[in-house]
Design a protein around this ligand. Sequence first.
Ligand code: SME
Length: 165
Amino acid sequence: MKGVGKFGEVMAGEKGKVSYDALAERLEKIIRSGSRRQAITDFVCRELRKIPHYTWVGIYGVDGTDLILTSWSGPAATQHTRIPVGQGICGAAVAEKETVIVPDVNADPRYLQCFLNTRSEIVVPILKEGIPVAEIDIDSDQLDAFATRDKEFLGWVAEELAAIL
Ligand code: SME
């Protein structure tokens, strides 16, 4: 599936205007550049955070029964740098091998709190031949911030990353 030219819309917010397509183009270029994995995942987190409602963006790698934070971009560091696969929204996405959207984190008993301002969260697993190898975790300060477009866009990013992780 090709993402560039597919996600069209421009989002506007306090971070300025962001075109999903322009972003997809930059992401595709760097992910397929042959650069070091760490440089790529760092770049992906920084780029994704330009989307106005993406407050904190992280990529966790699956390491046995734990998730290990490998890259992040946001206003603050999280204490949850290692999460057992059975815990949190992050653990649920890996266990279910499905994207998990939590519109109101305070109403979800699985939620592990990182930041007081977080209101909603999306976690997208990165699957390689059906096996989760990593995941993209995004926190938003807005309630119910994540819609189908985010799920589709981030699903595309996860597929691109699966090829190099
Ligand atoms: N909220 C996540 C933990 C990771 S932080 O959001 C960075 C969870 O419930 O798994």
